[in-house]
Design a protein around this ligand. Structure first.
Ligand code: GLN
Length: 488
């Protein structure tokens, strides 16, 4: 085995496990050892439970020894973004507000992974309450990009991306409200999938903006992403927004769906602000699809220009409402300085939340306030409908869209933290997808001359993840970007 265990894919490792070439305990120990070797430099984890991880691995090995049928995830170490509840484990959302909070219950995705036999070994760093694009808003300090430790892994699921890229997990979960899975996947050279809104239960996910949030996998390969998606997708009566739809065998479908596809290039996604090296890599990927027999068409998404504005009205409005529950009474941090009830609210929130979270609560409260609701929130919702219509119109002509994931490769830590607008622009190609509720994934499509990964975004049609994954798989099969690992 030339590639170390901690850098192998789920598909490879599950074969080793099935053939008894390795045990889950050996694999988990290898991942733990790797985590210990890199974590002081990468800071991907908020918490890590070694004894608990090893106990899960032991259980996996004994299941296998007992001849119980084991799926591809049985015994595989998977990390969760620290906004996904695991019963009995810390759950902080990278906020001082929840610094000492222990989750009393499991998220539905947690239960799904546990019943698939995965070893859930740690909770991963992110921007506070998933608000940000660099993990610099984490109250516990930023995560670092394994490809260049002076740079951000992206955000908000930066720890999920950094851990996987560094070999400190075999796959991870993140959440994506405006790009938080796809952008860090792009910046760290990984596959990151944001599923259709409603495909995956949000029960047990700490809410940021409920009409946009969606959980999804980070993986080394498209096949691995298909495996994890298959384990967590499906209707959940505990989430009224989760959808009743048939879940195909995503992994098997990769081989069945071969195209050629009609692919659209939204012209609005290739304008000013796109880094030339990123643009060139995406153009090459488009040329690949053309050579693969796909029909490539330019399409227009005319309301793209309004995506950021609509997003920052809707997301902040929902955030201000969702975060009202952190009042110092029922959850999390309570100020020691408080003298009366009002004081408890005010001081606990003032001490518990970081600057970006406060900024968004204030913005969101403003756009929802009487007299401004119609002018901002209602109007943003109307714009959102137009944005969704743009995509659905494009899908009358094409099967999927190709764009860059992020306008820039990984930027330096500190470079944008003083300028919220510059940070918000990182999401320019990803947030339309959330507003429209569509599935999209990022996959590696090259490196800059300086050795930083570049991501390609494929945007699909609602609940057609199987086609989206197959389209990505066709590209991945013909390239070897996913076989490169950072030297840490
Ligand atoms: N960067 C965007 C924001 O700050 C998206 C975050 C996310 O997807 N969770 O809101």
């Amino acid at each position: 085995m030339s590639v170390p265990l901690h850098f192998q894919s789920i598909a490879e490792l599950s074969e080793h496990l099935a053939a008894r070439r390795i045990s889950s305990v050996e694999l988990t120990q290898a991942v733990i050892a790797r985590t210990k070797a890199v974590e002081s430099r990468v800071h991907a984890f908020n918490s890590f439970d070694e004894p608990d991880a090893l106990a899960q691995a032991v259980a996996s090995d004994s299941r296998r020894a007992g001849g119980q049928s084991c799926g591809a995830l049985d015994g595989i170490p998977i990390g969760l973004k620290d906004v996904i509840a695991v019963s009995g484990q810390p759950l902080t959302a990278s906020s001082k507000m929840l610094a000492n909070f222990v989750s009393p219950y499991n998220a539905t995705v947690t239960e799904s992974l546990q019943s698939a036999g995965a070893v859930l070994h740690g909770r991963l760093n992110c921007d506070e309450f998933a608000m940000g694009s660099s993990t610099e808003n984490s109250a516990f300090g930023p995560a670092h990009n394994p490809w260049d430790l002076t740079r951000t892994p992206g955000g908000s699921s930066g720890g999920s991306a950094a851990a996987l890229a560094a070999g400190a997990a075999i796959a991870t979960l993140g959440s994506d409200t405006g790009g938080s899975i796809r952008q860090p996947a792009a910046l760290c050279g990984l596959v990151g999938l944001k599923p259709t809104y409603g495909l995956i239960s949000r029960f047990g996910l700490i809410a940021y903006a409920s009409s946009l949030d969606q959980i999804g996998p980070f993986a080394r390969t498209v096949e691995d992403a298909a495996i994890v998606l298959g384990a967590i997708a499906g209707h959940d009566p505990r989430d009224s927004t989760s959808f009743k739809t048939e879940i195909p065998d995503y992994r098997a479908e990769l081989k069945r769906r071969r195209g050629p596809w009609k692919l659209g290039i939204p012209k609005e996604y290739f304008g000013a602000g796109l880094d030339p090296e990123v643009g060139a890599a995406v153009e090459k990927a488009i040329a690949f699809y053309r050579a693969h027999g796909c029909e490539i068409r330019e399409v227009s998404l005319p309301h793209t220009h309004y995506c950021l504005d609509a997003y920052y009205v809707i997301a902040t409005a929902e955030a201000s409402s969702n975060l009202a529950r952190y009042d110092g009474i029922r959850y999390g941090h309570r100020s020691k300085e408080a003298k009366d009830v009002l004081d408890v609210y005010q001081k606990s929130r003032a001490e518990g939340f970081g600057d970006e979270v406060k900024r968004r609560i204030i913005l969101g409260t403003y756009v929802l306030s009487s007299g401004y609701y119609d002018a901002y929130y209602l109007r943003a919702q109307k714009v959102r409908t137009l944005i969704r219509r743009d995509f659905l119109n494009a899908y009358r002509e094409v099967d999927a869209l190709i764009t860059p994931t992020s306008p820039l490769p990984a930027f330096k830590l500190g470079e944008k933290s003083a300028d919220p607008l510059a940070m918000y622009l990182c999401d320019i190609y990803t947030i339309g997808v959330n507003l429209a509720g569509l599935p999209a994934l990022s996959l590696p499509c090259g490196f800059t001359a300086g050795g930083l990964p570049i991501g390609l975004q494929l945007i699909g049609q609602p609940f057609r993840e199987a086609d989206l994954l197959a389209t990505a798989h066709a590209y991945e099969q013909a390239h070897d970007w996913h076989t490169k690992f950072p030297s840490l």
